[in-house]
Write a protein that binds this ligand. Sequence first.
Ligand SMILES: [Zn+2]
Length: 373
Amino acid sequence: MCRKIATLLLLSLFCHTVYAYELAFRTIQEPLPIYINLSGSSGSGTTWHAAAVEALNTWGENTEFEFNLISVKVDPCSVFPPNFFGDDRNTVAFADDACGVPFDEDTLAITFSVAIITDDIYTLESDVVINNNVDWDVYDGPLRPFTMDFKRVLIHELGHVIGLNHEDDVPAIMASFIDSIDEPTADDIKGVEVLYSNPAFTDDGIEVVLEEPGESATVSGISNIRGWAVGNADILRIDLLLDGETFTRVPRGGTREDVKKLYKDRPGSESAGFSMAMAWSLLEPGEHTLTVRVMDWFFRTTEVTHTFNVEAFDAAFVSDSNQVSLDGGYEKTSQNSFKIKGLSVEGKSYDVIFKWNTGSQKFEMTEIDASEP
Ligand SMILES: [Zn+2]
């Protein structure tokens, strides 16, 4: 008895599954109507249409997702390129080319999808085009030389229609390259389950922190704009807006071990940092806002805005260090700040206050005032 329990425990340990499914978008309706009417038969005798019906049923039997077959022939390329509206019909058909573009040598089939952005992103329509130039048959098990199994390829393409992306890390019918797997695996099935039920999919969950400039900070000269961002999905882009206007895109990828510790389950959290050098003297002195807008791969966005103050010398860039001289001495202005008096920059005289900045870990100029020479 004990031995049996031990064996069961051991089994359960080895049965742990690491899921790796990759998701795109849910379909806008489910059950999903799909137009298929294929004529002819494979070399082994199964009609193409019967094989297609089996492929649809494979997903229906293994997941909660259901197709609603409409046995009517519709050209997948009737509206191409698939525009925003498409023709509202999901289709599967054989074709000599991919809606006017020749198939690549090793492309078996292509699924074209049109998505719509509302409160979330949904696939509005999908059209599966099967490469007519391939030598097709219908069979189970290992791939046979020179003849490709139509059914497993269609199961794969229907996986795209449902909303799965390619998965090459664990065994999956959604692998980029077809192999001996001829039906959805545990990973594919889990992917569909998560796509149609996971609350994380509707919760954007993007965290963004702007570390420099801090809220109400004073900036001058050249210093960094930096912070970090993570989401439930990979981050697609980070845009900076100055005073509400699009300014530039900043790359993400800076190593952030601290963020990784906080968000170890989020994709790319170890490289969540963003940073760029900024010449603040290019801005008019005074109050400005900087917004960091973060978008993930599902086009969900979150943003954070800091108001900051720019202090500057009259010269936007002092290129000759001989044009800077200290003559007027300095005074302590608070516990963590001091003023340099009569700082001469390109012939003009300024009083400049330096204050300790925790974000940058150094004294920074927080006030620049013209003074009498
Ligand atoms: Zn594919």
